[in-house]
Write a protein of this length. Sequence first.
Length: 275
Amino acid sequence: MKVGIVQTNPEFGQVTQNIEKAVTGISQHEADLWVLPELFNTGYQFKSKEETAALAEEIPGGPTTQRLIEFAKEKKTAIVAGLAERAGDKVYNASILVNRTGEVFVYRKIHLFYEEKLYFTPGDLPFSVHSVEYRASNNQVLKAKIGMMICFDWIFPESARSLALLGADIICHPANLVLPHCPDAMPVRCLENRVFAITANRIGSETRTKETLRFIGKSQIVDPRGKILFRASDTQEAVQVLKVNPKEARDKQLNPYNPLLDDRRESFYLGLPSV
């Protein structure tokens, strides 16, 4: 399976420009699955609820989702991308999975970071996993199971574990990281769950308030053994495609005696019910 990762530097509020820049970048490559950053179409540093609502879009009716549906169907690919979702009188920090037939699945960020709490409603949808088709080297059509989380979700191990328990082969992780720790933490998440993870971050900075936010880049693809297969720079935009085998994420047997997920002893875990 060919998976692609995109690291961008969006211009705040320039939605059409940011969308077309990302689409143009990935149109020059072939992949079965693409992952774009969190809020890739708007930029990150909102100043008010009104501004956030104005830049948010309905899903799937908004222009961002519609453009990605068009691209996914044309290129026969799947895309995960982060955007602000307007649903009634609420605005969510969301990500969408658009499959090659144009079907759309939504995840709303459960763990809001910092001033996101001022402008977004906490996610109200459970973690979920969806199938994406891809063609093997022998041209056989296979399916990979895809789960989504967004940025700050990484610091809560329950996020990745929930997706693993639901059967995810690949965790798609749109991000706008400002803390330095995530690139080193995600290999641990992959190792402890035996899953692939694709963290698509952004670069650059925004100073739309009295505070400057600097984004760390270092978008990466990690395998189920915790090996970093690709890591982008902290200053340059990037597009990268790699081949991975989703079946590697289905082997949870650490050794003859330790099946990773089956060895959990949930009755001893405070506040961790079974998914």
